[in-house]
Design a binder for this molecule. Structure first.
Ligand SMILES: [Fe+2]
Length: 498
């Protein structure tokens, strides 16, 4: 883009693609406890804990770019707040594959999202090895901080300095490198522990198995498994996320086919072999939580609406219904083999829309309605309301009300009335998943802080921006000492003395 076009697009409050794509660069530094200064606004004394974020930190080796950023090795950032002071630490997850590739300075593994080894098809055919890239989420379980990637086992890290301890079996619960979802839910309303981490693993094939696990996450039993069950479902299952209520775990089995041939033949990544199937019907697969009222009962299977879902927002029970909010795409979004992810045409790419499914467990019927037409992703709620009725949600969304574009704004929406307010980083800022930290002594659902990593296209650097979650007032900005590529998920953990 010429500078004249650039100026024009900025004047029109539109993004320019170079500002957006400039975030995609390798992270070269690993820092520990680096003091951060507030560069705009004020520090917040009430924040007393750590924001952990995960995302790809290597995009290129020896001149070869990844085909998709989701193939990038996980790099964890941690920003600790204490007494109004903030410090920054970041480390790569030292997976086996990361260490091997760093040593040789080239990609030695194919990526699930289409990255191929150099040397063309002949060098990729029949190579079904993949590396556990540990790049999707980071969350505490017991004493360990877990870096998660859904197709393989969790890596344990030291939460204080982010040093990698190694692949963990969670005290023998998992087989070595067993698939473990990157979307655990924290249930703060369970009768079994002050905090319960509910998660799953999927083994897929012509028939798939879902393993549903609940761990205590507070007190002297923190990290111990409380409940563990396995259920089989027919057909291939691509399950990135799920939702919980007090008594149920809800999975949406998208109507997609997996044709592994182009992957086996070295032409495509495994995820590029997923395709919406017009001959299939999506299904809700609703598994009773063994901590709930329907322990030991079989799953309930109900037809689901058309569309493709990566992420759910929340679910709750309302008499005989489960109410489930999710982000729906018209089709599975994939970067084609000949496309460059840094130059994709957003308008041609499927857009995420916030929709509500009302699933009637008695009549076994579901109904879908749209909550908002605006493109969005990474929606969160106040974590105290996970699994019960939440009125408010916060999410990353486009700056414009219609069309697809990068995520540049944060929206707060009332899920009942659909009232919305916005904060925008446009034209030159690009947002990521907001993390909602509730005010310590407030009982009001929407009172707290939103912590957001923002790519600042104007200075080509990363900022941490804090908003008031009630009114989206901009409270503080910290310019970060490293550049963090557009990332994935994260979590907040209160300091231990709390
Ligand atoms: Fe995700």
């Amino acid at each position: 883009m010429t500078s004249l076009q650039e100026k024009q697009s900025i004047k029109n409050n539109q993004f320019n693609k170079e500002d957006w794509s400039s975030a995609y660069q390798n992270v070269e530094l690993e820092l520990e406890n680096k003091n951060l200064e507030v560069t705009q606004g004020n520090s917040i004394k009430e924040l007393n804990g750590t924001l952990f974020k995960n995302g790809p930190g290597i995009l290129e080796r020896d001149g070869q770019w990844l085909h998709h950023p989701f193939d990038g090795d996980g790099m964890i950032s941690a920003i600790n707040f204490k007494d109004g002071k903030a410090t920054f630490t970041n480390k790569f997850v030292k997976t086996k594959g990361y260490l091997e590739e760093k040593k040789k300075n080239k990609f030695l593994y194919r990526g699930v999202f289409g990255t191929q080894k150099k040397g063309g098809i002949l060098n990729n055919v029949l190579d079904l090895n993949f590396k556990n890239i540990a790049n999707t989420h980071v969350i505490k379980l017991g004493d360990e901080l877990l870096a998660l990637w859904e197709a393989a086992g969790p890596h344990a890290l030291d939460p204080k300095n982010l040093e990698t301890i190694g692949l963990t079996t969670l005290k023998g619960v998992l087989k070595k490198n067993e698939a473990f979802s990157a979307h655990p839910k924290i249930d703060l309303n369970s009768k079994y522990s002050k905090e319960v981490l509910v998660t799953f693993g999927v083994q897929t094939g012509p028939q798939s198995t879902i393993r549903l696990m609940e761990f205590s996450n507070k007190g002297n039993k923190a990290g111990e498994i409380l409940f563990d069950r396995k259920d089989k479902l027919n057909g291939f299952a691509f399950l990135h996320d799920f939702a919980i209520t007090t008594n149920w775990a809800i999975f949406l089995q998208n109507a997609i086919d997996f044709n592994p041939l182009p992957f086996v033949m070295g032409q495509k990544g495994a995820a590029q072999c997923l395709k919406s199937s017009p001959n299939k019907k999506a299904k809700f697969f609703i598994v009773p939580r063994d901590s709930g009222l329907y322990r030991g009962k079989p799953p309930v299977i109900i037809d689901a609406p058309e569309g493709f879902v990566f992420h759910h927002v929340n679910a709750y029970e309302d008499e005989e219904n489960i109410v489930l909010d999710s982000i729906f795409y018209d089709d599975f979004p994939s970067v084609g083999p000949d496309e460059d992810f840094r130059d994709i045409d957003f308008e041609k790419y499927p857009a995420g829309k916030l929709k509500r499914s009302i699933i009637n467990l008695k009549s076994r019927y579901s109904e879908l309605s749209t909550i908002s037409e605006q493109t969005c992703e990474f929606a969160v709620i106040n974590p105290k309301f996970t699994g019960i009725k939440a009125t408010h949600s916060w999410m990353a969304c486009t700056n414009a009300k219609s069309g697809n574009a990068p995520l540049q704004a944060i929206k707060k929406i009332n899920l009942d009335t659909k009232e919305e307010i916005f904060w925008s980083a446009a034209p030159r800022g690009f947002v990521s998943e907001p993390i909602m930290v509730p005010k310590t002594n407030s009982k009001k659902e929407d009172e707290g802080y939103l912590l957001i990593l923002v790519w600042n296209g104007a200075r080509r650097g990363s900022d941490l921006i804090i908003l008031d979650s009630k009114n989206l007032e901009h409270l503080s900005t910290y310019e970060l000492p490293i550049n963090i590529p557009h990332g994935l998920h994260g979590s907040w953990s209160n300091n231990e003395e709390d």
